[in-house]
Design a protein around this ligand. Structure first.
Ligand code: ATP
Length: 278
């Protein structure tokens, strides 16, 4: 497998008619989406619709019941070394003493847990850590214990860690959750910049499209009848989501420009309703 995008001029992620079943229940089906190098794509939908499951399928951690997912023209599992993944999480305990820079170094050292990798001198690894700190703008706080950092600062450190091996693809599961609005905007802008400037294909699961919408190339809105995929302004319309859900869904734009989706039903197993942008 090659992680060189030049060797794969087509999409770096191809999802074709994919379906997943969990505990005998079909979570989603007929999902089709391509993601190209340098694109920033969001996976949207209500609680429990299967957004995290789609991300896991792209990583090869969730087998499909139907269809196919190809990553860098091979299976997701074989492409995993070219993927940076940030799973869903809350925050570090306030007492966590490991420093931001140590977490990033763990990413650079890979699975060797601090043991030097053959062929990569300590100086090179140190330089890569410094580059990553600079890339995410964490110079001011990277040497402080992560437990003492704000949610947004922690998230930037984790994004730097996920980028340690120059992945071609970055999969982020709700990285803006639990951040305040200024930090949501700052982390969204950082991810947009990484995708654009570094040519990384970014797929982000999000509850609220508003902080990221200006940076997005496309959205995947999951629903019981499959998915609607396209530019945000095309997908986030009452007609598109009404057709996807088979029930009246309204997409409103406030005078401040916020997008609010009203009427999207919960997934069949019933989670708390939390409309996008609501
Ligand atoms: N291992 C599992 N076995 C059975 N059901 C599961 C399993 N993992 C997840 N589910 C269920 O599958 C559905 C999809 O879960 P998933 O976490 O992908 O949804 P989501 O859209 O990311 O949700 P949220 O927005 O709440 O994070 C949910 O109903 C969840 O309860």
């Amino acid at each position: 497998m090659s992680a060189d995008p030049a060797a794969h001029p087509g999409p770096v992620i191809e999802v074709r008619d994919a379906a997943v079943e969990l505990a005998g229940r079909r979570v989603w089906h007929d999902v089709r989406v391509d993601v190209a190098a340098g694109e920033f794509v969001a996976i949207l939908g209500p609680n429990g619709v299967g957004k995290s499951t789609l991300l896991k399928a792209m990583l090869g951690l969730q087998p499909l019941a139907a269809g196919q997912i190809r990553v860098l023209a091979t299976s997701p599992a074989r492409a995993r070394r070219a993927i940076g993944y940030l799973p869903q999480r809350r925050s570090f305990d306030a007492g966590t003493r490991i420093r931001g820079v140590d977490l990033i170094r763990l990413g650079v050292d890979g699975h060797r847990w601090g043991l030097p990798l053959p062929g990569r001198p300590a100086r090179q690894r140190k330089q890569r850590v410094a580059e990553l700190v600079e890339l995410v703008g964490a110079g001011r706080y990277a040497h402080r214990p992560v437990g003492a950092l704000s949610g947004g600062e922690q998230q930037r450190i984790l994004i730097a860690q996920a980028l340690a091996h120059r992945p071609r693809i970055l999969l982020l599961d709700e990285p803006l959750d639990s951040l305040d609005l200024p930090n949501q905007a700052a982390v969204a802008a950082l991810v947009g910049r990484i995708s654009r400037d570094q040519g990384v294909a970014v797929v982000m699961v999000a509850h609220d499209v508003n902080p990221i919408v200006a940076h997005l190339d496309r959205v995947v809105y999951l629903g019981p009848a499959g998915s609607v995929v396209g530019a945000p302004e095309r997908v986030l319309r009452s007609e598109s989501l009404t057709a996807l859900y088979g029930t009246p869904v309204e997409v409103l734009r406030t005078t401040g420009g916020r997008i609010v989706v009203v009427g999207v039903p919960d997934s069949p197993v019933g989670h708390d309703h939390q409309p996008v942008g609501g």
